[in-house]
Design a protein around this ligand. Structure first.
Ligand code: PLP
Length: 447
């Protein structure tokens, strides 16, 4: 009896006191999770749900993984926090070295923050300051080139480079101007463009912008391969590699925001590896600690690092920091997450799992509302449409994807929609039979 009362009270407080992210609080009705194990969440009523969104795209090896749990406990017995300003800690130092060693193309320096948006802000500010301090300064470089429908976080700097109007239009008067190219969407191609020509078409558009503006551009910022928050929009193969080549040709820096796609999500440790790209900045977040603790990192090259060196009076330092940057508890979780990638050979297991996911989702292809099914590694989505041939979106106000997710929840699977899109992002540790539970629940949800 007391348990029931407690649950009701919790629900009431959760609706009235806790202001949930990206939620309309007047009709809020979310689950309250009490505990979790592996890929399964248990709510305060004891009901179990498969974590089909990896706790918002960050869980990698499952919840309560014994190795990660133990690493955090062991770290707790030493120290929970050491400031990054003028001090350091062995766990954090060795994590930085380990990230350098697994980064694409040997990015040798790591700046730690606590969340993804901050890691992107750091990359943007470092890139800006670089052009003022590099051997031949280029002070005209004051703008970024960003992609259509980009999402890089919710702070005002990252919203400025962002381009999802539903999230970002409200704040327009507060944002700084950026140059924006088209979203290299493979699903809705411009009229007359076939899929085989898509990468070349979009790269041509970026070339045009660079030809006109290269001297003003600090950096091009991109979510490699797949734009998650925009609705899992997949780029045509070759686009990322071509964009990186354009940056070299026109002398702009490249910021790769791998906050969603890094840490194995696309089948390789980092999405840039698929197209042999070494960016000037690599932003990592979400899965960095296995989905355990807030930590993000901005990796950069020796060329950038070099431009910030000098005497104290030179004022070349990067005057930016976050109180918990490099936090040792989070660093211990990140170390353990990388350990588990090795111990469980996670990347080797992914092709077979991704195939099971692909086959399971294929069963939905003939459904009248399923306009597109897209997938890169263990990152997939279904887009719902009202007309399959014209690819007409169902008005987002109808919340059709939300209705489907509520049906799916009845089968014990938790998914979180974005507009008309249902992202399917299971933890990398999900077994093949768990992935089948997930896709079967979707078949039910859409029926
Ligand atoms: C989630 C995300 C961010 C922001 O990370 P936060 O930790 O939520 O600040 C930035 N970029 C991409 C691509 C993301 O998916």
């Amino acid at each position: 009896m007391s348990k029931l009362l407690v649950a009701a009270e919790l629900r009431e407080l959760d609706r009235k006191v806790v202001w949930h992210a990206f939620s309309q609080m007047s009709s809020y009705d979310g689950l309250i999770i009490d505990s979790a194990e592996g890929c399964w969440l248990t709510d305060i009523d004891g009901k179990r749900y498969f974590d089909g969104a990896s706790s918002l795209w960050c869980n990698i090896h499952g919840h309560r993984h014994p190795h990660i749990d133990q690493a955090i406990r062991d770290q707790l017995d030493r120290v929970a926090h050491v400031t990054n300003l003028g001090m350091s800690h062995p766990t954090t130092i060795s994590l930085a070295k380990r990230l350098v060693d697994c980064s694409p193309g040997g990015l040798g320096h790591v700046f730690f923050s606590s969340d993804g948006a901050s890691a992107v802000e750091v990359a943007m500010k470092l890139a800006f300051q670089y052009w003022r301090q590099c051997p031949i300064p280029e002070r005209k470089r004051t703008t970024f080139l960003a992609l259509g429908c980009a999402y890089h976080g919710d702070t005002l700097g990252t919203v400025s480079v962002g381009g999802v109007s539903r999230f970002h239009a409200m704040f327009e008067p507060l944002l700084f101007p950026v140059l924006r190219g088209p979203c290299p969407d493979s699903f809705r191609l411009p009229v007359g463009i076939e899929s085989g020509q898509a990468a070349d078409y979009y790269l041509g558009e970026y070339r045009r912008i660079l030809e006109q503006h290269a001297e003003e551009i600090i950096a091009v910022i991109v979510e490699p391969l797949i734009q998650g928050a925009a609705g899992m929009l997949v780029h045509p193969p070759g686009f990322l590699g071509g964009l990186a080549k354009l940056c070299v040709e026109f002398g702009c820096l490249l910021i790769a925001d791998e906050i969603a796609v890094g840490m194995g999500r696309t089948g390789k440790m980092f999405a840039c590896e698929h197209e042999s790209v070494t960016p000037d900045f690599l932003c990592i977040g979400k899965g960095l600690t296995g989905g355990y603790l807030p930590m993000s990192a901005t990796l950069t090259s020796h060329r950038i690092w070099q431009a910030f060196l000098g005497s104290h009076e030179d004022s070349r330092s990067f005057l930016h920091g976050h109180t918990y940057g490099g936090n040792p508890l989070a660093a211990a979780a990140a170390h353990a997450t990388l350990d588990v990638f090795e111990m469980e050979r996670t990347l080797k297991t992914l092709p077979a799992k991704a195939e099971v996911l692909r086959n399971g989702l294929n069963a939905l292809r003939s459904h009248p509302e399923v306009g597109d099914i897209r997938q890169v590694g263990m990152m997939a989505a279904i887009e719902l449409v009202s007309d399959k041939v014209r690819k007409t979106p169902i008005p987002w106000q109808m919340q059709r994807a939300g209705q489907v997710c509520r049906q799916v929840l009845k089968k014990g699977v938790w998914l979180r929609p974005i507009g008309n899109v249902i992202p399917i992002i299971p933890p990398l540790s999900a077994t093949e039979s768990e992935i089948e539970i997930l896709t079967n629940a979707l078949v039910f949800g859409l029926s």
